[in-house]
Write a protein that binds this ligand. Structure first.
Ligand code: PMP
Length: 359
């Protein structure tokens, strides 16, 4: 018998496996998970009932085209239904976008640090990541990104607000950037945290997509809508990009339960905005408390805050864990803390204060 293992694509070598946020400890003192930008609230009113009803038909495949949900989204955004493509979370759609545009020899351009799935899905496709460092202010450096475009660039991710720094791009600077991108390069505006934005100068990607055929908007039901566990996200894109997304989708990847829960969530807007508003208020409280403690905090428009801790990153994360909150460390870089329940935020703030005093 041969001792050789099955041949795998060399492109996979060295891929960092996606690190999900560390779960809250099952034992020990109170422990809150502030490591995955999840919504601390339970499903919106009516969602569980509709999802439970949908569960009655799990012996059947779901509607491949997500017809009812797509119709509802198309009406809401005022876009043709053919421009909407769903996927298994927006990370699933992002992966399809890379698969549809880039392969060996091609470049995928994005800011760094940003959403950690970008390098992984790029490498899986066999394409090359081009990472453009964030500015001093932890924001996208659009001039440097425009300068990094080559004739091999196939896709550009723009994460607005940026994960993990929470910084945003304003309409004017983003439009100026889009004007500089050749029309045959796809620009993906990843708006996973759009609902948490309160800065009126931040554009809605859907407005930018309308007259720009190379712009695609990525949205998710995982964050504000609180359906992270059901894996459903979508893109709004012109043809032929939307058609390419339908080709690259995992067949029946979005379950009937997810489709129905998404529809119910869209119809529960009032409760949605109440919750988002409460999280935004908590974000302001956490931000101000951290600044009061002496931290430099980038102003976040998302449901998390970022502390650039450099070499202290791991120690800070350990101190938070000991206090009862799990945060997300990016070794050597910084820590991202999701805005959670008031109690969790309080525990985090106490841990941050103690750490600061000992620094
Ligand atoms: N984009 C960004 C910027 C994110 O932070 C995340 C989640 N961490 C996603 C996309 C993916 O979310 P989901 O797949 O749950 O829609």
């Amino acid at each position: 018998m041969s001792e050789k293992s099955p041949k795998l694509r060399p492109a996979l070598d060295g891929i960092p496996t996606y690190k999900p946020g560390k779960p809250a400890a099952a034992d020990g003192p109170v422990s809150f998970k502030l490591s995955s930008n999840e919504n601390p609230y339970p499903p919106l009113p009516g969602v569980l009932e509709q999802a439970t009803r949908a569960a009655g038909t799990i012996n059947r495949y779901p509607d491949l085209a997500c017809t009812a949900l797509v119709a509802e989204l198309a009406e809401r955004f005022g876009v043709p239904a053919e421009h909407i493509a769903t996927g298994t979370g927006s990370v699933g759609v992002a992966q399809q976008l890379v698969q549809a545009t880039a392969g060996p020899g091609d470049e995928v351009l994005y800011a760094w640090r940003s959403f950690e799935a970008y390098p992984i899905i790029t490498q899986i496709a066999g394409a090359t990541s081009v990472q453009v460092p964030l500015t001093e202010g932890e924001a996208h450096d659009l001039d440097a990104m425009a300068a990094a475009i080559t004739d091999r660039t196939r896709l550009i991710f723009v994460c607005n607000p940026n994960n993990p720094t929470g910084t945003v791009l304003h309409r004017e600077e983003l439009e100026r950037f889009l004007d500089r991108v050749p029309s045959d390069i796809l620009v993906v505006l990843d708006e996973a945290y759009l609902e948490f934005i309160r800065d009126p100068q931040v554009p809605n990607g859907v407005d930018l997509y309308r007259d720009r055929p190379n712009v695609c908007v990525l949205r998710t039901f995982s964050k504000a809508y609180g359906l992270a566990g059901l894996r459903i996200g979508f893109a709004i894109a012109h043809e032929p990009v939307a058609a390419a997304l339908r080709k690259t989708a995992v067949p029946f990847g979005v379950s009937h339960i997810a489709q129905e829960a998404a529809i119910a969530s869209l119809r529960s807007e009032e409760a949605l905005w109440e919750r988002v508003e409460a999280l935004v208020a908590e974000r302001a409280r956490v931000y101000e408390a951290l600044v009061g403690q002496g931290w430099t905090v980038p102003e976040s428009q998302a449901n998390f805050v970022f502390l650039r801790l450099g070499e202290r990153t791991a120690d800070f994360a350990a101190a938070c864990e000991k206090a009862g909150v799990i945060v997300r460390p990016y070794p050597g870089d910084g820590v991202r803390i999701t805005i959670g329940e008031v109690e969790a935020n309080d525990i985090f703030l106490r841990a941050a204060e103690e750490f600061r005093k000992a620094m």
